[in-house]
Design a protein. Structure first.
Length: 124
């Protein structure tokens, strides 16, 4: 439900077509990594792929247990080609007061380009 609600609006914010994606979670110190994984893996993958129109490649992810204000590096990769190096990237996310000990901060990241000059072109 989270991905289904957020992804369509997130895609609309891009200037071009979404070509890379990633996801992650910061779990508060009273939780366990598996709690974040439960949000990230089954609940986000399908809605992310549906919203960007494809997604044959595995969606890169990162989950860790941390105190409020910690940073999370969310890896990005091409939506259809896991070996497309120009699309490897990272977005670092932190929220000053999250996650609290019993919270989970979930991150969805998409991009409309990579480092290549033709980054907006789909890989065939």
């Amino acid at each position: 439900m989270l991905g289904e609600r957020l992804m369509p609006d997130l895609v609309k914010l891009l200037d071009g077509l979404a070509v890379s994606y990633g996801k992650g979670a910061l779990v508060g110190v009273n939780g366990e990594m598996e709690h974040g994984g439960a949000y990230v893996h089954p609940m986000l993958g399908q809605p992310m792929r549906a919203a960007i129109g494809g997604g044959r490649a595995v969606i890169s992810s990162n989950v860790k247990v941390a105190a409020a204000g910690a940073s999370l590096d969310v890896p990005l990769g091409h939506k259809d080609d896991s070996w497309s190096f120009p699309y490897f990237d990272t977005i670092t996310v932190s929220v000053a007061d999250a996650p609290r000990p019993d919270e989970i901060l979930v991150v969805i990241a998409i991009a409309d380009g990579g480092f290549a000059t033709d980054a907006a072109e789909p890989i065939k």
